[in-house]
Design a protein around this ligand. Sequence first.
Ligand SMILES: [Zn+2]
Length: 65
Amino acid sequence: MECYFCQRNIRDIDFKETQALRKFISASGKIKSKKRTGICSSHQRRLARAIKRARYLALLSPIAK
Ligand SMILES: [Zn+2]
């Protein structure tokens, strides 16, 4: 099964794509597990990195409002 990013042919997840990143963050602000999102392991790693970077740059709040 192809994941969200594989389907869209996105190799590197851009941390500026906060709209897309938010889909993968739970209500409590945590990164959803790949079981729930259906994301492949390579994209899960890239996603985690993008989310951390976005949080660091305050593009995403650490805790969802
Ligand atoms: Zn993928």
